[in-house]
Design a protein around this ligand. Structure first.
Ligand SMILES: [Zn+2]
Length: 264
């Protein structure tokens, strides 16, 4: 069984079922898994879920790609922070979405389509949040494609996310809806360049991970949260996230999330 090794530690150990996102964020309803979207030319989609014609439905999204030790480490160190941001956002989202409508005209002049600001609570740990997001990419991309994240993920104080990764975050105004995990995919541009990226949609947030080493072109996008991966474990405190907001059709075109108006 060639693929049955843990996608974080790389060891051949029994893999355990894990809910992504954690069940307590509401991941217990029927979800649909897609193979990316129609604009994606090549998909290296690979998940350990049963796959009927590219999608399946299940109660909650589960993956069996990590070992028990890794799952427990994530659960003990990162999951609460991750869940906390979802719960805080749900609490404040009414105001935030109202603000988006107010900001729309103003933001058009500075080049960003729409964005929102969100204050993180005093005890929020940016590093833990980023680690949980990165672990979700490990669990849902091709086996072995992210083993270089092992030290970053399995030592909570490690701030060395490998330099090839760039992580972006966006707000998806539709507050509920299905979670989607793309796996690695290659987006081709008209001039023959391409970027390698994976995305995760977990409404109300979406995440895009770029591989800056294998890509020949990197789109200039707002919402880069990679710097949060270099904050110390004990660096908590007040942070304001300024995130691009994805509207309408672009929700299913993650390579456009956070696009500046004049950019391609
Ligand atoms: Zn493991």
């Amino acid at each position: 069984m060639g693929n049955r090794f843990c996608r974080i530690c790389g060891e051949h150990k029994p893999l355990t079922l894990e809910h992504i996102p954690p069940r307590s964020t509401g991941n217990d309803h029927v979800v649909v898994v897609h193979r990316g979207d129609e604009a994606v030319m090549h998909s290296l989609f690979d998940m350990e879920v049963r796959d009927d014609d590219g999608y399946r439905q299940s109660h909650g999204m589960t993956f069996k790609t990590l070992c028990e030790d890794c799952n427990e480490y994530l659960g003990a160190n990162y999951v609460e922070t991750f869940k906390g941001l979802y719960l805080d956002f749900a609490h404040e989202s009414g105001d935030i979405l109202d603000g988006l409508d107010r900001d729309r005209n103003e933001s058009e002049t500075d080049g960003v389509e729409r964005y929102c600001e969100f204050d993180l609570g005093e005890g929020f740990r940016p590093l833990a949040f980023v680690k949980q997001v990165v672990s979700n990419f490990c669990a849902t991309t091709a086996p072995g494609s992210m083993l270089d994240c092992k030290d970053f993920l399995l030592d909570r104080g490690n701030i060395s996310l490998p330099a090839r990764y760039r992580l972006h975050m966006a707000v998806l105004p539709k507050l509920d809806g299905e979670s989607v995990f793309s796996g690695w995919m290659r987006v081709l541009f008209d001039d023959g360049t391409f970027c390698d990226m994976a995305f995760i949609r977990m409404p109300p947030f979406g995440f895009v991970l770029y591989d800056t080493e294998s890509s020949t072109y990197l789109p200039d996008r707002a919402g880069d949260i990679t710097p949060m991966s270099r904050m110390g474990w004990d660096e908590t405190g007040k942070i304001t996230l300024v995130l691009p907001t994805v509207t309408g059709r672009n929700a299913s075109r993650p390579y456009l999330w956070g696009r500046y108006q004049n950019a391609v």
